[in-house]
Design a protein around this ligand. Structure first.
Ligand code: PHE
Ligand code: FE
Length: 279
């Protein structure tokens, strides 16, 4: 599943990570010594299973960049990935104990630092995990940070988040995160491909999102997206489709303040609402 940065603190279950390790900005050192052979094996098996089904389902930019994560047999050292990532787009990975509150999350992104959870799921959670772990965060999110346009989009999102926090509009903005960075689809070479990390790190949702006749797929539109609630514990019933990362960047370049203002009085769409356009 994907990660909603805003679920922190809303869940009845406390997050799993040990937050006493974290500094004020919620980052910590990657606890590499804590990984067991079984942990590395879990990563290896998840990587193998997921990389085997990317062709024709994942965005070409994702497939191209995936090997830049390094050896698939073990959990990468974030510093090792950083040598390549910083050179490519001036982004860097920072370790965190798990989900973090929205303002520190936005601040990290605005500074081109991507928070990556350092612990990995147990073998019992191989197919489904409720919180993002190192496999979701690394495998799902990091390859596209090597793409210059997408990398700039994520930084802009962080800046937009800080602004939204001041305007009380985080919920609306978080839906854009959800339906792009986590669950976005892109049209490529005449077909649909996934670029959202929640899809790309999921065994079942990757083929479902691209091929199933069940969900609705709408062109990405700011207002429709910001008004659409989302479910964090089922496959999505609605996906929003972009034509290119340039289009995504340009569509989101405008000032959102007037949009937030206008949308405040408007009704929301359920995650599975079938109306394609705002009323
Ligand atoms: N343009 C948005 C604003 O003015 C910021 C933003 C950029 C948000 C890119 C998301 C993605 O708030
Ligand atoms: Fe995520």
């Amino acid at each position: 599943m994907g990660q909603a940065p805003v679920v922190y603190g809303q869940s009845s279950r406390p997050p799993r990570g040990d937050y006493s390790r974290a500094q004020e900005d919620y980052t910590c050192a990657q606890n590499f010594a804590a990984y067991t052979a079984a942990d590395h094996d879990t990563y290896h098996r998840l990587y193998q299973r997921q990389s085997a089904q990317l062709q024709g389902l994942a965005s070409e930019a994702f497939i191209q960049a995936l090997p830049l994560l390094g050896a698939k047999e073990r959990i990468p050292r974030f510093d090792d990935v950083n040598e390549r990532l910083y050179r490519a787009t001036r982004w860097e990975l920072v370790a965190v104990p798990g989900l973090i509150p929205e303002v520190p999350f936005f601040s990290l992104l605005a500074n081109r630092k991507f928070p990556v959870t350092d612990w990995i799921r147990t073998p019992q959670e191989f197919d489904y995990i409720v919180e993002p772990d190192v496999f979701h965060d690394l495998f799902g999110h990091v390859p596209l940070l090597f793409n210059p346009v997408f990398a700039d989009y994520v930084q802009r999102y962080g800046e937009g988040g800080l602004k939204a926090a001041g305007l009380g509009a985080c919920e609306m903005l978080s839906r854009l995160y959800w339906y792009t960075i986590e669950f976005g689809l892109i049209r490529e070479q005449g077909g649909l491909r996934a670029y959202g990390a929640g899809i790309l790190s999921s065994r079942g949702e990757l083929p479902y999102a691209v091929h199933s006749p069940e969900p609705q797929r709408l062109p990405l539109e700011l207002e429709r997206t910001m008004r659409t609630r989302y479910k964090i514990d089922t496959y999505q019933q609605t996906y929003f489709v972009i034509d290119s990362f340039e289009q995504l960047f340009e569509l989101t370049a405008q000032d959102f303040a007037p949009i937030y203002e206008r949308l405040r009085g408007e009704p929301e769409f359920a995650a599975d609402a079938r109306e394609p356009h705002p009323a």
